[in-house]
Design a protein around this ligand. Sequence first.
Ligand SMILES: Nc1nc2c(ncn2[C@@H]2O[C@H](COP(=O)(O)OP(=O)(O)OP(=O)(O)O)[C@@H](O)[C@H]2O)c(=O)[nH]1
Ligand SMILES: [Mg+2]
Length: 366
Amino acid sequence: MSLLQMYCRTVRLCTGMMIHRARKYSATTAQFSEKKLSRYFVDYRRVRVVAGSGGNGASTFHSEPRKEWGGPDGGNGGAGGDVIIKVDPRVKSLASVSAVYSGKNGVAGRNKDRCGRSASSTYILVPLGTIIKEGGKTVADLLCHGQMYTAAYGGAGGKGNHFFLSNENRAPITAMPGDRGQERVFQLELRTMAHAGLVGLPNAGKSSLLCAISNARPAVAAYPFTTLKPHVGIVKYRDHEQVAVADIPGLTPDAHLNSGLGISFLRHIEHCRILLYVLDMSSVEPWKQLQQLRFELDQYKMHLSHRPSAIVANKMDLPDAWNNLRALRNQVHQRVIPVSALTGDNIEQLILHLRELYDDYPLDSD
Ligand SMILES: Nc1nc2c(ncn2[C@@H]2O[C@H](COP(=O)(O)OP(=O)(O)OP(=O)(O)O)[C@@H](O)[C@H]2O)c(=O)[nH]1
Ligand SMILES: [Mg+2]
């Protein structure tokens, strides 16, 4: 065997091993995500809507035995269906929104003065907090459950020839076609509106936790203020329920006075039904972080810290964390979930507890 042949064979063997490993890895990953969660979240969509056209009017004349000139009896066409954007509490992201929506057409009129049926509306179901923009300008902000916006009006039905009967013209043959439906292009955007918010001091590991429980990939780094804008990840459960979790930039002392990264992030926390306080358990007296966080929230809005919440004791893989955990549990009455975002320890328990909180305090109960 020549040197070149030996080289080629080695390369083929190595590549085979790599592919095998990749397959093995993806198999375990698939099992993991199937067992627990699969995730996706879309917060932007461009959508073209075309409403239905009206039905055509009919041009017919009454006909009966021994009655030669029965007169016009063409009915009007029905109106075309509208396309309506509607908030639906079951929809959690814009992933299910298609690129094009066409409304239904109205039915044409018929003889014997029968009018065509008007078409029903077509609904585009979107999540709460969807902003509708047209040409970059906001045209609607959907903030209530069941709120609707008529994106395109259906065309009017055409008139049948009966409509044109007059003293001057006793036998009109004119009938109008139905109008075309409106056509518009929108950009749909989802504002940061999550069910649960990760609240913590800078560097507590909020972004790492979001990476561990969802598909979101915010930047993670060992310095404070890594996260500069909120990120939302979706935790999808086996029964197809989806819980949106937001990673909110770190709060600092006096955040309510607009210091640090400011007050705008407290506004995002305000939208969350559930709060997950993330504490760095490797720091000294971690319960002081909790007091600080609660103080900032309450200074911004009274009783904000009283929202349904859980304490996520992060970085449990580091020294002293377990001693701190024991002390923390003596200090607080709330449920404390010890986790490590880095190693993934106990993350499943966090996901399950999040679901319990979500079920106990649904968004609709606002
Ligand atoms: N040992 C250990 N390190 C962690 C853990 N979670 C996060 N870290 C590390 O802590 C540092 C900060 O993590 P981030 O997730 O960026 O923290 P953050 O709270 O999002 O920080 P800001 O965005 O600045 O508010 C990174 O170096 C992480 O690798 C953990 O469970 N164990
Ligand atoms: Mg971060």
